[in-house]
Structure formats: C-alpha cells, structure tokens
Ligand binder design. Structure first.
Ligand code: ZN
Length: 212
C-alpha cells in the first residue's frame, strides 16, 4: 500500500470521515470539513482535486447510495467482542449494499429487551445480525438489537463453525452438538443469506415519508 493521503488523486471513493489531506496542503472545498488542521469528507462520493487552486472537494454520490443514519435498519457481521461491546461491520442498510466501510457498536445494555449477563450470550464473531442505528455520537454508529425483529440472523458454532440451529430455548450445532446462547431475531435462519436485509423492507414497519 502506498503511504499517501487519499487526496493525491481525483476520483477516489470516500465516505464521511475519510481523511483527505491537511490544510497546509489543500483548501477544503465543498463536501468536506476541517478538524484540527485535517480535511475530511463530509459526504460519500468521489474526490475532486483541483491542483491549480489546491482545493479538495467531494463530488457527492448519486442519491440512493446510503450511509447509516439514526433510525436506519442495518445488517452486519460481528467482527469482534470487547468486554461489554460487540463490534459490527455494517454490510447493508435496508436492502442497499454499502460502498464504504462502516462500523457499528452494540453495547450490552442495547443488545436485548431483557437483561443479559454477558455480551458472549448475545452474539459471537462471525454471526450475521440485524440492528437499528440509535445514535451517532462521536461519529460512531451505536446499534440496538433490543426489538423482536432485531438480533442474530445467522449464528455459527464457536467450535466447528457450522450453522447453529434454533431449538425452542437454545441454539445447537447440528454438526458437533455444542449448545450456545444468542439473542436471535424472531426470523432467525429464515432470511436468504444472499439477500440479507431485503425482506426487512417489505415486511418491516412503514417508513416515514421523507421530507421534501
Ligand atoms: Zn459445532
């Protein structure tokens, strides 16, 4: 990988928060913001570098390219667990695949409607989950799984990586028999894994009409 800021060339795909350069180098153009002398992308889109004026700006992505917002339903994969938090790589917003990389966090207090002792009883690394963005404090996507339709959609055995089957009160590996715990969505295992998230749009709650 080249050790250069992304702004060295035009046309690079960036997402909100992407580092573009420093103010000694460039002027911050449209679609960007400056924080502590560094220029970042404010919107998703492609970089436009005006070398004559040393200005970096963002040509915004066309409408329909989504970024997580408060209230968005997302589908993601658990990348790791840290004490009371699950770190989620967000793969989809509603039915739209994402172009950028977004990370979300599920705190144990937002993981279930009922009290849970340990984040390890909620999900494990590799699981596919559905969650809702409840806040974006400090530019982090805080997610909740505390609704019946939210939670783990697919879970994998921590011993042999086989898909876990949901029995009445437990999750069991059909391959090795290991029993595990999860906070599952009510439609656990029913979603077509290749179009995860799409069914939510058709069966989910009516969306608020966008203000125009
Ligand atoms: Zn197993």
């Amino acid at each position: 990988m080249k050790n250069e800021s992304p702004s060295r060339g035009s046309g690079q795909w960036v997402v909100p928060g992407s580092f573009l350069g420093v103010i000694e180098e460039f002027t911050a153009g449209s679609g960007t913001y400056v924080d502590k002398g560094k220029i970042f992308a404010k919107v998703s889109g492609r970089t436009l570098l005006d070398m004559q004026n040393r200005t970096v700006s963002i040509f915004p992505a066309k409408k329909g390219v989504k970024v997580p917002q408060v209230g968005s339903y997302v589908v993601g994969q658990v990348s790791k667990l840290q004490s009371k938090t699950a770190i989620i790589r967000i793969l989809k917003i509603g039915k739209d695949l994402l172009s950028g990389v977004f990370t979300g966090l599920v705190y144990i207090s937002d993981a279930s409607q009922s009290y849970v002792d340990s984040i390890y009883d909620v999900c494990k690394a590799g699981d596919i989950i559905r969650a809702k963005v409840i806040s974006q404090t400090n530019r982090l996507n805080h997610l909740s799984m505390a609704e019946r339709r939210l939670g783990v959609l697919y879970a994998f055995c921590s011993q042999c990586c086989h898909l876990l089957e949901q029995k009445r009160y437990k999750m069991q590996c059909a391959n090795c028999g290991k029993v595990e715990k999860r906070k599952t969505a009510e439609d656990y295992g029913e979603t077509n894994i290749s179009d995860l998230g799409e069914e939510y749009e058709s069966k989910g709650p009516a969306q608020k009409p966008e203000r125009t």
